[in-house]
Unconditional design. Structure first.
Length: 446
């Protein structure tokens, strides 16, 4: 393995956006619809719009920080260079919790899904098969992964368009609301605003992963221009797609109280508009979405590990090297794959509980980093600066912290335990804070 530490810049705007869509999973709106309908009392589209507005604050901050520091370390680098190296390390550690467990969630979901469909084949066969495919794609490099992402995203878009078409036909046939235009999916005077906010809090999880594309800054052409555009595009477009799915789902099935099972509401809605054939297509697409999300999350995590290794916050000889041919952090891809083997022994609920804590901690830190970097250090204190570099990111930070505190108790306990482990490691790395932790050398990554 060569000790090469410069990645090839091959990604343009469209491939970066495709990675974002793949990471988030455009079919997420279907899988969360039933539960969100119960929480929001049926006002899922309205709650989704609120969630989109909340996420836009953080997406804006990621875009601003990617201009200042176009590095593959993402939130870790932003906090390290803007707030302090110590805070940066803890944020990086928190991101690792998010990224390390995200591929595992996908492998577990894939195993559960296909074991149910084909009970004669053991769960571990599906998990290992998916893990090997994802690892192979990410070792081969981003050009190959981009082609796979393009196909997965095209399939997802096509399915959503087909679903909307069938839904329109269903409404015209006199089912559901019998009208294509209705304000009730967004606002219902009989329901209080608190239900919409509760729904938005739940649906914010649909957006987890929009920030992952900043981890590809060192492999992106003109990252200071491309990455901010990609972050905003992924957040807005995915949010509008999620809202469209929720809107047409409401039109064909306006009474959320009549679902046989809220968890499987997507099955009932899709079967209603397109029959078993369309639902079979959805199940196949779901499997592809799992592949895309696992692939993107593993690739993002490998690049965060690479950046921390290059900074010597993790052993550099192992984590901070690239493959001489593929120019990918192969060691990191393999170590993530080995870690993901825990999917053979852990439950989906336990793994999922780790993820959200790290995500919202990272989101809040990026909003704070904008304030520290632009408003405090660069003294952007005109009226425009106050709005863009103080008020907007401050709102984003507060909203992220509110969402963090609304996580379930298991997420907070496990997340806090992970952060404490990171603090202990940082204590050892800096010899009791007598030394500064190693910092990113930006000339290597810009």
């Amino acid at each position: 393995m060569s000790d090469i530490r410069k990645m090839d810049r091959t990604l343009t705007l469209i491939p970066v956006v495709l990675f974002g869509f793949s990471f988030m999973g455009l079919t997420t709106a279907f899988t969360t619809y039933g539960i969100a309908a119960e929480v929001s009392h049926g006002i899922v589209p309205g709650a989704m719009i609120v969630a989109l507005l909340v996420m836009m604050f953080t997406a804006y901050s990621y875009g601003k920080m990617s201009i200042a520091f176009p590095s593959s370390g993402s939130a870790y680098v932003y906090a390290q260079k803007s707030i302090s190296p110590h805070v940066g390390f803890i944020v990086g550690w928190a991101i690792l919790m998010d990224y390390l467990f995200l591929p595992m969630v996908n492998y577990l979901a894939f195993g559960i899904f296909f074991s149910a469909a084909f009970p004669a084949i053991p769960n571990y066969v599906w998990i290992l098969g998916m893990l090997l495919i994802v690892t192979f794609i990410n070792i081969k490099g981003l050009n190959f992964a981009t082609s796979v992402n393009a196909l997965l995203t095209i399939f997802a878009f096509l399915f959503i368009l087909i679903f909307i078409g069938f839904s329109i036909k269903e409404v015209f046939s006199g089912e559901g609301t019998t009208s294509l235009i209705s304000i009730k999916p967004f606002f219902n005077s009989k329901e209080t605003l608190s239900f919409i906010i509760a729904g938005a809090s739940l649906l914010s999880f649909c957006f987890l992963g929009f920030e992952s594309i900043t981890a590809f800054a060192e492999e992106t052409v003109n990252p200071k221009k491309t990455i901010p555009r990609a972050v905003i595009l992924v957040t807005i477009v995915s949010g509008l797609i999620f809202t469209c799915v929720a809107y047409f789902s409401y039109l064909v099935w306006p009474d959320y109280n009549t679902f046989q099972n809220a968890d499987s509401a997507a099955h009932e809605i899709i079967t209603l508009v397109g029959g078993k054939t369309l639902y079979s297509v959805y199940l196949a697409l779901y499997a592809l979405a799992v592949l895309g999300s696992a692939m993107s999350s593993q690739a993002s995590c490998a690049r965060v590990l690479y950046t921390m290794g290059r900074d010597e916050q993790l052993p550099r000889r192992f984590f901070g090297t690239l493959h001489p041919k593929y120019k990918t952090p192969v060691n990191n891809v393999l170590i993530i794959s080995l870690f993901s083997l825990l999917a053979l022994f852990l439950s989906l609920d336990l793994v999922a509980s780790f993820i959200n804590f790290g995500a919202f901690l990272a989101y809040a830190s990026v909003n704070i980093a904008v304030i520290v970097h632009y408003f405090i250090r660069n003294r952007e204190r005109s009226l425009k600066g106050i709005i863009l570099y103080l008020i907007v990111p401050a709102i984003g930070a507060v909203l992220d912290i509110v969402l963090l505190f609304h996580l379930d108790i298991h997420s907070k306990i496990l997340g806090l335990g992970w952060v404490i482990l990171g603090f202990i490691y940082l204590l050892a790395l800096t010899k009791g804070f007598k030394q500064q932790p190693p910092e990113l050398k930006l000339e290597e990554s810009v």
